[in-house]
Write a protein that binds this ligand. Structure first.
Ligand code: HEC
Length: 131
């Protein structure tokens, strides 16, 4: 009897937890850690003062994952924007274009691999294991 009750409580708990997850884009914030001090829980995008503008301009048509998955130089980001403007009805970003490019080049540049290994250790001091 008690066992069944516990099972029901667990099931309800899992269900509620699953429902809450659906509100995010399914981005695992820990996978983007190390690129920025903090990331937005909803989009996974790096938090900085330009975040809101980028979120407004860049997450309306597609998942922010499309941004998170890529690493481009500033010029390459610009050509992606032009490409979307030519082919996918992206609007003229106007004055925000520079802000958006600053943000993208800062957080999603090629040297910041999406899923990189840690840097090799330097100045390692080896020691002998005692018997
Ligand atoms: C008007 C709609 C729209 C907006 C707004 C938009 N995009 Fe896109 N974007 C698209 C479409 C459509 C694609 C192609 C999606 C696909 O291939 O599934 C795309 C693809 C991409 C890609 C993948 C490119 C590739 O080479 O595969 C990136 C990166 C991207 N967008 C970044 C951005 C950024 C950064 C912004 C903000 C400046 C932005 N998008 C705003 C429509 C948009």
């Amino acid at each position: 009897m008690i066992k069944n009750l516990l099972l029901v409580i667990c099931a309800v708990g899992l269900f509620v937890a699953a429902m809450q997850r659906e509100h995010t884009y399914g981005v695992n914030p820990s996978s983007t850690q190390g690129l920025a001090d903090s990331v937005d829980a909803e989009t996974g995008l790096a938090l900085d003062p330009n975040f809101t503008i980028v979120k407004a301009q860049c997450t309306g048509c597609h998942s922010p994952k499309l941004i998170l998955q890529h690493r481009f130089t500033r010029d390459e980001w610009l050509s992606k924007i032009r490409w979307m403007q030519r082919n996918h009805k992206l609007w003229d970003l106007g004055e925000t274009e520079k802000t958006v490019l600053d943000y993208l080049a800062k957080h999603y540049a090629p040297n910041q691999a999406a899923y990189s290994r840690r840097e090799a250790l330097r100045n390692v001091k080896w020691y002998k294991l005692e018997k």
